[in-house]
Design a protein around this ligand. Structure first.
Ligand code: HEC
Ligand code: HEC
Ligand code: HEC
Length: 105
């Protein structure tokens, strides 16, 4: 039952992304980040360039922008959200590299 629900949600996610626009997840996603520049997440680079599967992030880490669970940098250092991969092993570390993610003026 759990697996079934997951597959339905995944199908929904994939449908949504292909109908709403040509871009996966509707294009780049930006996150308000208090006083510093917004952080930008790119489906294009994570999926097309880096080659990650949708299921690496959906639905365990992320669902939709509307259902976003806000994380702090402190939480990310402990492996939450971007920090699940950006830990200095799998991908560049959230303990530095601020401007890699916080790009927008
Ligand atoms: C590296 C992680 C990652 C991968 C891989 C990934 N996504 Fe996402 N996706 C995200 C993030 C982050 C968001 C924003 C969710 C949030 O704000 O909590 C998102 C949001 C979405 C949304 C919702 C957009 C909206 O407007 O709410 C759709 C649809 C989506 N992704 C589809 C896909 C599909 C289809 C794939 C595979 C081809 C995929 N994603 C792969 C991280 C990922
Ligand atoms: C499932 C693992 C995973 C998650 C979750 C993830 N990333 Fe990545 N990301 C990677 C990998 C792997 C790379 C490529 C290796 C590297 O650059 O160190 C990468 C590269 C990047 C890059 C450089 C390429 C580019 O797009 O300019 C940025 C920026 C980035 N990630 C931002 C984010 C942000 C912001 C989040 C959270 C919203 C996030 N990532 C979540 C795995 C992930
Ligand atoms: C892998 C990408 C990534 C890196 C690297 C990164 N951040 Fe973030 N940061 C984010 C994302 C995404 C959010 C928004 C999270 C949310 O809304 O759930 C965020 C939120 C924040 C916030 C607001 C939340 C809080 O913790 O107060 C601040 C401030 C911040 N970042 C500062 C920094 C600084 C300083 C660095 C470098 C030491 C850094 N970030 C490195 C992705 C990143």
């Amino acid at each position: 039952m759990k697996k079934c629900l997951f597959l339905i949600t995944l199908a929904f996610v994939i449908l949504l992304s292909s109908f709403v626009s040509g871009k996966i997840g509707g294009g780049d996603i930006s996150f308000r980040s208090g006083k510093i520049r917004d952080a930008i997440f790119s489906h294009d680079s994570h999926v097309s360039d880096i080659g990650l599967k949708c299921t690496e992030c959906h639905d365990s880490l992320y669902i939709t922008k509307e259902k976003h669970k806000k994380a702090t940098m402190l939480e990310m250092r402990k492996g939450v959200s971007c920090g699940a991969c950006h830990n200095g092993k799998r991908a560049f570390d959230v303990r530095g590299n601020c401007s890699n993610c916080h790009k927008k003026d």
